[in-house]
Design a protein around this ligand. Structure first.
Ligand code: HEC
Ligand code: HEC
Length: 257
């Protein structure tokens, strides 16, 4: 999706959510069920007001607006999150969930909440999200993967990254030039069965993990759970070269082929 579309859709969605919140005291309009721990009351109310229109009251992704979105919000009750600092298959840290809430998810209906929520409000929401999946009561979050400092790099590094991209068959899904048009691209599905195409990696803002190269390095090391994008098993230097190559596709520094 183009950035302008995303901005427009986000504005529409935020307006709809705001409309839900207009007038009256939120806690009286979304009374807390007796089953909710009073300590979590603020997060519960804030979630019902701001998040439930998309994510659904129980977090199953079936909110009235959420059902219209592509990609749809995923089911929080499974505890599977794609944007994490922790290894594939493990639970995210609180900080990972807070980062997603602050930044939103580029190129989807998930808006950035950074200017409108305080740190305390964000933490309350994190606590509420965790209460929606039984896994958080049973398992500890994973140990964050290490993101080593970027080695000095240049055009040679980008060329090394390009060769790794070829060797690891990234093009099967992402296409030879990262346009998202690989042979398998149209057959991919998320773990909830929705179809999902890789984005055009040459478009600015296409990386949802974050704007910093370290965010992309981390995403390649952790994989995007719940999607066909798995962990890229490489040495740190190789993974940095691949990170630089992927970034070069959108920042104009790509080597000629
Ligand atoms: C306008 C619709 C919309 C609203 C409002 C919204 N979200 Fe989302 N959210 C989405 C969509 C769509 C995704 C799925 C993105 C994807 O999987 O590609 C998402 C994904 C997420 C993720 C998961 C990302 C991951 O790692 O898998 C979190 C966490 C999240 N939202 C939290 C929230 C919270 C908390 C609120 C309320 C403050 C909220 N969202 C409000 C649409 C919305
Ligand atoms: C089986 C198909 C498949 C293969 C193979 C694959 N990817 Fe992906 N990749 C995807 C899909 C699908 C997404 C989009 C996930 C989403 O939007 O939720 C994705 C997302 C990405 C992203 C965006 C991450 C972000 O934070 O937005 C990058 C970068 C990426 N892939 C790089 C690679 C590289 C490099 C390789 C090879 C080592 C590779 N992919 C192999 C399917 C694949």
């Amino acid at each position: 999706m183009r950035t302008s579309n995303w901005i427009r859709m986000t504005a529409v969605c935020v307006a709809l959510v705001a409309a839900r919140g207009a007038g009256g005291d939120a806690s009286s309009r979304f009374p807390r069920p007796a089953s909710i721990n009073p300590l979590y009351a603020e997060g519960y109310t804030s979630y019902q007001l701001r998040c439930a229109p998309c994510h659904g009251e129980t977090g199953d992704g079936s909110g009235a607006i959420g059902r219209l979105l592509a990609p749809r919000p995923r089911d929080f009750t499974s505890g599977v999150y794609k944007l994490r600092s922790t290894p594939s298959g493990t639970l995210p840290l609180d900080a990972d969930l807070a980062r997603t809430i602050r930044r939103g998810v580029h190129g989807t209906g998930m808006p950035p909440w950074c200017p409108s929520l305080t740190d305390g409000e964000t933490q309350n929401l994190v606590r509420h999200l965790k209460s929606l999946a039984a896994r958080f009561g049973r398992e500890a979050p994973g140990v964050p993967v290490e993101v080593p400092p970027a080695p000095p790099g240049g055009a040679r590094d980008i060329e090394t990254g390009r060769r790794i991209y070829e060797r690891m068959s990234c093009s099967r899904c992402h296409g030879d030039e990262g346009r998202g048009d690989g042979a398998s691209a149209t057959a991919l599905r998320r773990d909830d069965g929705d179809s999902l195409r890789p984005r055009d990696l040459r478009a600015r803002g296409s990386i949802q993990s974050g704007d910093d190269p370290h965010d992309l390095y981390r995403a390649l090391a952790t994989g995007l759970d719940g999607t066909p994008m798995g962990v890229v098993e490489l040495t740190p230097d190789e993974r940095w070269a691949l990170t630089r190559y992927v970034l070069s596709l959108s920042d104009g520094s790509a080597v000629d082929r």
